[in-house]
Ligand binder design. Structure first.
Ligand code: PMV
Length: 337
């Protein structure tokens, strides 16, 4: 017998970053050192919705587990990460059958646009449903986390809080509010589309070597609570200011870890400096940057087009992607095979 299920999940951008795993737990569990907060992203530009579509089938007829992403067969570390999500779920369901998985991203993989967040969220949702497991979204979030920490947050739409917890059972994400409950948009300024030079996995391992790591963790823990309140209070300026501060704390840790990680390119710095000018001229926007050189800007929905126009004039910006908060990730009927 073959059971097949498909799901789509959206990537997310962290407002309060997850950078570094708790050193008190098995590193494979991806238990973070601090709570984090994100917005799940729906891309509004052309065909880029910032989503992953994944189909998984389990069958006694399959001889081995196979996985394919955007036409490439996954092996080694990439396959191991998939197994970290699927194996415990297979065990939970008491299923021995092998799987075939196909996945496609509608945006560049590994360019700092958080493809792993949507990828492992889609995988966890599709697998749970294919195996007929009766799980809440919070339960699914725990298994998405095993593939990639930030994927724990992509299970939900809108604005999401990942409570770091202290075990596999207690580390999962919950929705703060839905996509229509807080008016904020984002514009992503793409300055580089290639794959990242250093994966976030390397950074999660080395974050603790920075002398600023402890301060970042403590501040992030406070800021996660403050920003949750600011989101619920619809306080755009406060959300933007906290997110921008928190991004700088993470990059300070990255740059001062051993070995140091510099994700910014000259274009990234040019964008950061332009932000101050844009704000001086009355365009209220705030930036955040993940483990790559591209810059996400938050703005009020009515300022999105002006912000896009302004960013596109800045030297080094190759393209922009407009973003609004996404709906929950979900099972869909369309299969990839
Ligand atoms: O989920 P990972 O292991 O790819 O780590 C995500 C790290 C950041 O994107 C830089 C921050 C975050 O919280 O999403």
């Amino acid at each position: 017998m073959t059971v097949k299920t498909s799901a789509i999940a959206h990537s997310n951008i962290a407002l309060i970053k997850y950078w570094g795993r708790s050193r008190d737990h098995d590193p494979n569990l991806n238990i973070p050192s601090n709570d984090s907060v994100s917005m799940t992203k729906y891309g509004l530009t052309d065909d880029i919705h910032l989503q992953t579509h994944t189909t998984i089938a389990f069958s006694d007829n399959y001889q081995e587990d196979t996985a394919n992403l955007d036409g490439a067969v996954l092996t080694g570390r990439n396959m191991d990460r998939i197994l970290r999500v699927v194996d415990p779920l297979r065990k939970h369901a008491g299923v021995d059958a092998k799987f075939k998985m196909m996945s496609s991203n509608d945006f560049p993989t590994q360019a700092g646009l958080a493809s792993s967040s949507s990828g492992f969220a889609a995988l966890a949702i599709a697998t749970v449903h294919a195996l007929g497991i009766d799980f809440t979204k919070e339960d699914i979030s725990k298994y998405a986390r095993l593939g990639s920490g930030s994927a724990a947050r992509s299970i939900h739409g809108g604005f999401v809080y990942w409570n770091k917890g202290s075990s596999h059972e207690t580390s999962f994400a919950q929705q703060i509010c839905g996509p229509d409950e807080f008016d904020i948009n984002a514009v992503i300024a793409i300055v580089h589309e290639g794959t990242k030079e250093v994966t976030s996995d390397v950074g999660h391992k080395s974050a603790h070597t920075s002398p600023f790591d402890g301060v970042r963790i403590r501040k992030s823990q406070e800021q996660a609570k403050e920003i949750r309140k600011a989101i619920l209070d619809h306080d755009f300026a406060k959300v933007g200011k906290i997110a921008e501060e928190n991004c700088k704390y993470m990059h300070a840790v990255m740059m001062t870890s051993t070995p140091p990680l510099f994700y910014w390119s000259p274009e990234t710095l040019r964008l950061i400096r332009s932000t101050q000018e844009m704000r001086r001229e009355g365009l209220e926007c705030y930036f955040t940057i993940d483990a790559g050189p591209n810059v996400h800007y938050f703005c009020r929905p009515e300022d999105t087009l002006e912000l896009q126009k302004t960013l596109e004039k800045i030297e080094g910006v190759r393209k922009t992607i407009l973003v609004k908060p996404a709906n929950d990730s979900q099972v869909i009927k369309k299969h990839l095979f």
